[in-house]
Write a protein that binds this ligand. Sequence first.
Ligand SMILES: [Zn+2]
Length: 353
Amino acid sequence: MKKEILKNRYFLFPLFLFFAIVSAQPAPNREIPLNIPFILDLHSDILTAIYKSRTLAQFENLKMHSSLPHLKEGGINAQFFAVWVPPGYGFKRADSMIRLFYQMLDNYSGDMAFAGSNKEIRRNCAMGKISALLGIEGGGEAIGADINNIDYFYNNGVRYMSLTWNKSNRLADAAMDKRKPHNGLSPLGKQAVQRMNQLGMIIDVSHASSATVEDILKLSRDPIIASHSCCYSLRRHPRNLTDNQIKAICLAGGVIGVSFHRKHLTAKNKATVSDVANHIDHLKKTGGLACVALGSDFDGDIIPPVGLENAGKLSNLTKELVKRGYSEEEIEQIYGQNILRVLQKVVDERPQK
Ligand SMILES: [Zn+2]
């Protein structure tokens, strides 16, 4: 009997050792201890919703994708707010939306502050405030026929501008428009690009036709951005960028903000966080990590991916990227540092207006 017990003990010891070793290994589904210190999103359309509803409280509405509580929850440190000027509207609408943007900042001054440069973003971060930046979507509509309006918008804080939205206009041809009257940039569009370069306003090629993107890349002295676009080779949508465009934007030092719109991400009925990561993978593979950024297009009449329903859910994307082997440093680059590099070069280091 005594001998029998002894035998069991010898059997139990290796078993104990085995469990001790296994339990010391990290669990596969552990919480990711990542705390990305700086996150910037290139494109939210919540300003349009606030403009249409005529109430600033929309900025606290949890149904909106990029309302203040969601930005806070997602750890967003800086947000570009789009001033969307659709066809049929013009300078007045752009100007009213900019006034509204500053009203919003006054109203939420405890949480947010304007930023028009990398330096100002750093100042706001030090104060623990979210930086609010301005971009115009539909420049041809916003400036009308007067190039001097670009100066006006710059002086009112606008730091990027796309020349078109979905319709070709007097500056350039649009991706979604069958009519391509200029085969790229018009003579006025070329002047606009040159003026933006002189001022230090970033050129946004989201919504531009292929020929427009090509013309801008040829003409612009500065890096350019696509504030909310995805990859054409993963999803054949006219709004998406071809591999050659991705390479050219990256080579010129620019960035591409991955859009979270289901229609830009996939042909399926539902997009997932994994689809967003696929586009990030493809941008990294094609153009290099230095050109990858976030451009959610939240509140821009989009259908967001499952698991990324609003800005507060951004950690789900972080988890997916960690799962795919992205390092903390790489995620920091994608989530903000790449855009800061462009802002630094185009805005902060502008020698003379
Ligand atoms: Zn858009």
